[in-house]
Design a protein around this ligand. Structure first.
Ligand code: TMP
Length: 408
């Protein structure tokens, strides 16, 4: 793959910001693995042709999604509720037939979304290449194939199960560099009245919140509606609706169908116009974003150093994949952050990727509350603020970097 060319249009890319050497966002590791840790050069660029903001280089798929993949979707109650509502939205939509439904989910993880279909005995298929999370989904009775989706797999699915009327994905499409082949496969798999529904972190939010931590190895693209419309148009697939979501710090849900089959919602033009006003089709917007990111880094380092100088203790709250970008880009290690607490067992008693801050369980945080907790899971802030009333009542404070570095 040529890092100077757009992954979708093969036209030159304008480089916008360099995050330096980065490890895998979910590459939590043991001490013995420190000297063979994987790093890559992480920089982002914009294609004027496809309008896609993208990583210039990305590690191989097999480095990121494997039998020890550390991200389990069902770790947050908020996300469980979100995906229940996502499936209810589909059940109640005009796209869901009363008779022969077949629902396919790309990247079903531990089954948090598709389980709502399986429980209703709706014909379904999850596609999940990471074996450990796929096994959790299978344990819930979900039908799962552990392979990467491509055009060839679409043909295999059609011959075994027939075509799908709902093809859905959540926080998956933005992981896929070979989108042309994948979209060809989706189009093939989709019934004439079928609908593609997917959601991903949204570029409009990343730019306005300066949430640069949405970039890590797995997120090869951060989409705008402008880019999605353009991308699917090439395949005669039409953007028919858009629904902004609060998840992952600001996401967008995209609805697409075979051209001309469904009427287009007025939301599409409304949001496309908002994006044009925000300049999501212009290089200058991403140059300004780069300045914002550099300022955010300087402000954060200054704040953490001054707190440390005052003798305060600082912990990280949640070992998110996003935190890997912040810690490595800003050069924040155990000298500034004593430990990171996380509820996911596979991350506990390991070290954070690259900067090697110890990761501990929630009990440890409860027993050793810091003066300040850096809210790495800022996208779950409502749920965490509810849960941490005691911590705050006893004088504990939260820090964040979005949209500005500050003490909450
Ligand atoms: P995410 O931001 O990519 O959804 O990752 C969430 C991570 O945050 C996951 O490792 C679980 C962790 N987490 C906690 O440790 N405590 C919490 O209260 C929440 C909501 C998440």
């Amino acid at each position: 793959m040529n890092k100077n060319l757009c992954k979708v249009s093969s036209q030159p890319i304008i480089s916008c910001h360099d995050f330096g050497k980065q490890p895998l966002g979910n590459g939590f590791l043991n001490k013995e693995e420190f000297d063979k840790e994987y790093f890559f050069d992480m920089a982002i660029g914009f294609s004027k042709e496809s309008l896609l903001l993208q990583l210039l280089e990305q590690p191989e798929n097999s480095e990121m999604f494997h039998e020890e993949y550390a991200f389990f979707s069902s770790t947050s109650e908020g996300m469980k509720k979100h995906f229940k509502k996502f499936s209810d939205d589909i059940f109640n939509s005009k796209y869901f037939n009363n008779d022969d439904n077949f629902v396919v989910e790309l990247g079903c993880n531990d089954g948090i979304l598709i389980d709502n279909f399986a429980k209703k005995n709706i014909r379904h298929l999850g596609i999940e290449p990471s074996l450990n999370v796929a096994d959790v989904a299978r344990g819930k009775g979900i039908n799962v194939i552990s392979k990467f989706f491509e055009k060839k797999l679409a043909s295999e699915i059609i011959s075994k199960y027939g075509k799908a009327n709902i093809f859905m994905a959540a926080n998956v499409m933005c992981h896929i560099p070979s989108l042309n082949d994948v979209i060809e496969g989706i189009k093939l798999l989709l019934k004439p009245n079928g609908v593609i529904i997917f959601e991903d972190p949204y570029l409009g939010d990343v730019i306005t919140k300066k949430s640069y931590d949405q970039f890590y190895d797995e997120h090869v693209f951060i989409f705008s509606a402008l880019a999605i419309q353009k991308l699917f148009e090439k395949f005669n697939l039409e953007l028919i609706n858009l629904e902004p979501q609060l998840t992952h710090g600001g996401s967008m849900r995209y609805y697409l169908a075979h051209k001309g089959f469904y009427e287009k919602s007025e939301n599409v033009d409304k949001i496309i116009n908002q994006e044009l006003n925000l300049g999501l089709n212009k290089e200058i917007t991403f140059r300004k974003f780069s300045d914002d990111v550099k300022k955010s880094r300087n402000d954060l380092i200054k704040l953490l150093k001054s707190l440390k100088k005052e003798g305060k203790t600082i912990a990280g709250y949640a070992a998110t994949s996003k935190s890997t970008t912040i810690l490595n880009y800003c050069g924040i290690g155990p000298d500034l952050i004593d430990y990171i607490t996380d509820t996911t067992p596979i991350k506990q008693n390991k070290f954070s990727p690259g900067m090697h801050i110890p990761i501990v369980d929630y009990e440890y945080f409860k027993n050793n509350p810091p003066d300040y907790a850096f809210l790495f899971a800022w996208n779950h802030s409502k749920e965490i603020m509810e849960k941490e009333k005691d911590f705050m009542h006893s004088g504990g404070k939260f820090l964040t970097h979005v949209p500005e570095v500050r003490i909450l």
